[in-house]
Design a protein around this ligand. Structure first.
Ligand code: B12
Length: 131
């Protein structure tokens, strides 16, 4: 029986800074994940795409000046659509104080600047399973 491929939806909360996300999309594909790349999106669009695309996970890049309340909105919308099985991770730029706050909003893990792509892939292989 063939193994189901894990589908990860990638999105950004903010405009610009697409290098990290594009590189993350590439290394994730090379590591065997299926990537749905959506660029800059509002929470409603991120959640609708994730549900319609049967994503197993949502990965979000935060940018300088990002409004972290958007994370609460994303997890609330997932719950409303009975899709809380789709977990959310994030990485990029965020003030240290904001990291525990976004975890309280339901973000599983945050990966700051300096995390290697290999560390991200290893984490994803261990923690993201097909639904
Ligand atoms: C390249 C760069 C730019 C480029 C962006 C090019 C592009 N297309 O992406 C340009 C020149 C456009 C730019 C502009 C600006 N920049 Co700039 N930029 C950088 C720089 C040098 C590198 C960022 C980068 O791409 N790194 C490479 C990627 C691979 O690393 P990363 O983003 O850290 O991502 C890693 C992790 O965070 C994590 N990760 C990231 N996203 C995700 C998502 C998920 C799901 C997961 C799991 C993990 C993950 O994994 C990655 C692997 O290592 C940084 C300084 C630095 N050395 O970090 C400043 C920096 C980010 N910029 C900064 C600023 C202030 C700006 C400007 C506001 C400047 C201005 N006044 O105009 C603008 C605004 C940009 C915008 N919003 O559009 C500041 C941010 C400060 C802050 N903490 O808020 C920094 C830190 C510089 C500084 N020291 O002041 N910038």
């Amino acid at each position: 029986m063939s193994e189901k491929i894990v589908r990860i939806l990638l999105a950004k909360l903010g405009d610009g800074f697409d290098d990290a996300m594009l590189r993350l999309a590439m290394v994730s594909r090379e590591a065997g994940f299926e990537v749905i790349y959506t660029d800059f999106q509002e929470p409603e669009a991120i959640v609708t795409s994730a549900v319609q695309e049967s994503a197993d996970h949502i990965g979000i890049t935060t940018l300088p000046g990002a409004d972290i309340k958007q994370f609460a909105k994303i997890t609330e919308l997932l719950a409303q659509k009975n899709a809380s099985n789709i977990k959310v991770t994030a990485g990029g730029f965020l003030a240290d104080d904001d990291i525990p706050e976004i975890k309280e909003m339901g973000v599983t893990e945050f990966f700051p600047k300096g995390t290697t792509f290999q560390e991200l892939i290893d984490w994803a292989k261990e923690h993201i399973k097909p639904s």
